[in-house]
Design a protein around this ligand. Structure first.
Ligand SMILES: Cc1cc2nc3c(=O)[nH]c(=O)nc-3n(C[C@H](O)[C@H](O)[C@H](O)COP(=O)(O)O)c2cc1C
Length: 247
């Protein structure tokens, strides 16, 4: 067998190392990610564990992933793989950073002329995947994406470091460029025009997408590959049905 699931015995030293490295205080002990993993591996995820709303359940797992990141156990817990498809159904995927989540869904920021944004303009159906491998967890969302309001985009843009603000202007994301020099000279011109400390306007072709979930699956790795998969599915009346999927 050359495939490797989190519950393979090959994963054990990783869990052990994380537990040893954490050296938590008594207060931290309850949220030690290695202990959490041992706990979940023993007990798994049951229907009774789940919050009523998938975004609350996501918040619960996201906080645990963030805690795992504090211990260096998960890297960039807000990194997610966004899959889109064009009007003919041809798929593409890439990693982006989650920047906000609330009862309305999941928000990321990007260039509106990028491949992903062009595909979303043709076909708003989207899938997100959070790969929290060291925790033997993944969350998979399917739903539809729409652009965030301009004021929401502007509020977020102003929180970005100056260099990232200029980078958003400098990059014609997803287009073919002749050389790296082209990108760097565009950045240099922008830094001359907007030196550090000067407010950079929000690029008109840059902004957020909010993904409103239609289904959210919480996957927890278990021993012997008998993983738990619990999926919330939106009902027409706004409530959520939970179903268990075979691993
Ligand atoms: C960890 C990580 C985080 C990223 N975050 C973002 C992001 O938040 N927004 C973004 O537009 N691209 C982000 N990227 C770059 C994208 O993966 C991708 O290269 C870019 O958005 C162009 O994708 P597209 O041509 O498919 O539209 C990130 C890449 C990595 C590896």
């Amino acid at each position: 067998m050359n495939d490797r699931f989190p519950d393979d015995s090959a994963a054990e030293p990783l869990v052990q190392r994380a537990a040893e490295a954490a050296d938590p205080s008594e207060e931290e002990l309850a949220v030690d990610p290695a202990a959490m993993r041992a706990h979940y591996r023993a007990e798994g995820l049951t229907e009774d564990d789940l919050a009523a709303h998938p975004m609350d359940q996501f918040g619960h797992w996201f906080r645990q992933a963030a805690q795992a990141a504090v211990h260096g156990f998960v890297h960039e817990p807000n990194a997610m793989v966004v899959a889109t498809a064009d009007a003919d159904g041809r798929p593409s995927s890439r990693t982006v950073l989650l920047k906000q989540y609330d009862e309305q869904g999941f928000v990321f920021y990007t260039n509106y002329d990028s491949r992903k944004a062009r595909e979303l303009a043709e076909n708003p159906y989207v899938s997100l995947l959070f790969p929290w491998h060291p925790m033997a967890r993944q969350v998979i969302v399917t739903g539809t994406a729409r652009r965030t309001a301009r004021d929401e985009t502007a509020a977020y843009f102003r929180t970005r470091p100056h260099g990232s603000q200029l980078g958003a202007w400098a990059s014609e994301q997803s287009s073919v460029i002749a050389s790296r020099d082209e990108l760097e000279s565009s950045y240099a011109q922008l830094s001359a025009r907007y030196p550090e400390g000067e407010q950079v306007p929000v690029p008109p072709n840059w902004g957020g997408f909010r993904v409103a979930p239609q289904a959210v699956e919480f996957w927890q790795g278990r021993e012997n590959r008998l993983h738990d998969r619990l999926r919330y599915v939106a009902e027409p009346d706004g409530s959520w049905r939970v179903e268990r999927l075979s691993p």
